[in-house]
Design a protein around this ligand. Sequence first.
Ligand SMILES: *[C@@H]1O[C@H](CO)[C@@H](O)[C@H](O)[C@H]1NC(C)=O
Ligand SMILES: *[C@@H]1O[C@H](CO)[C@@H](O)[C@H](O)[C@H]1NC(C)=O
Ligand SMILES: *[C@@H]1O[C@H](CO)[C@@H](O)[C@H](O)[C@H]1NC(C)=O
Length: 300
Amino acid sequence: MDYGWLMFLFIALLIDCPIASALFVTDISVPEIVDFRDNVTLSCSYDMRGHTLNSVKWYKDHEEFFRYSPLTSPIYMTFGVQGLQVLDGKYLCNESSCRLDLSLQGAKSTGVYKCEVSGDAPHFKLADKADNMTVAALPQSDPLIESFNSMYRMEEFLSATCSSDYSSLPTRLTWYINGEQPLLGELQPSIDTSIPAHDYVLRRQRLQVHFYLQGQRFFQAGKILELKCVAEIENYPELRRETTLSASLSQFDNFNNQMPLRHANTNSGARQRNSLGGRTSIISAILAVISLLQCLWRPS
Ligand SMILES: *[C@@H]1O[C@H](CO)[C@@H](O)[C@H](O)[C@H]1NC(C)=O
Ligand SMILES: *[C@@H]1O[C@H](CO)[C@@H](O)[C@H](O)[C@H]1NC(C)=O
Ligand SMILES: *[C@@H]1O[C@H](CO)[C@@H](O)[C@H](O)[C@H]1NC(C)=O
């Protein structure tokens, strides 16, 4: 029996196995949504499984814009592609990972970004991973609450307006009054304003809330009235922004009088009248009960 052949096969397998096995792109990091004014960092990591790294290529919508090829010179190359620019010197790649920084050019920067890794000869194994990036004009500030005062009284009418910042993605505004959404009748139809800018149509929402300060909502909240406006963008919960303002709320309440100072005199008068009125009504109630009893006990 010729063991030499078997030995040769065995060694050939040992050598060949790691080379023939697949290599992997283990992770890709592409922001899902970014503002067109921001620079972004893309990165990709890979497991060569014993292969030598031949190149890492980055594509936007199948067009190559960056290449790292450690076995040739120059090691790094960039290619002009519509919608992005690789920032000078802002890239670093090695045998296990590759990252680079880009500046963007608005809506045309939106696309599929792919990292492709290739092994060396003779197999030139390929592996890739891709992710979508949406480049939008995102709100740069929290929603703005207007015409809200720092002090209100019960039974008063309150009206306030919330405006979202301009954005290329539709924004939805929601009001909360002491943590609860207003009733339907307390909201005006929202007003949508749009302007063209930076190759986008930017839209802004305005939503007015108006209601009487009365009822359970305010008694439970004590002396504070809190208005919150939340601006949300569909499908991107991480872009939620909110503004909260609070005001002191004076009650027309005999026991916890918190009237503003300038009303102090008139109010103490009112209190006296109120307590007098209270006494009168107790007396009339007693009288009513007595006369009712008289009716019931009147001999027939
Ligand atoms: C993006 O990077 C460029 C070049 O480094 C820099 O000049 C610019 O200020 C950066 N922009 C932002 C928004 O960070
Ligand atoms: C490759 O670069 C990353 C940083 O980009 C570093 O964390 C890692 O240790 C490097 N790996 C090797 C094998 O040099
Ligand atoms: C990118 O988005 C498109 C649709 O918008 C989807 O069909 C595709 O699967 C996405 N690609 C990746 C890599 O997520």
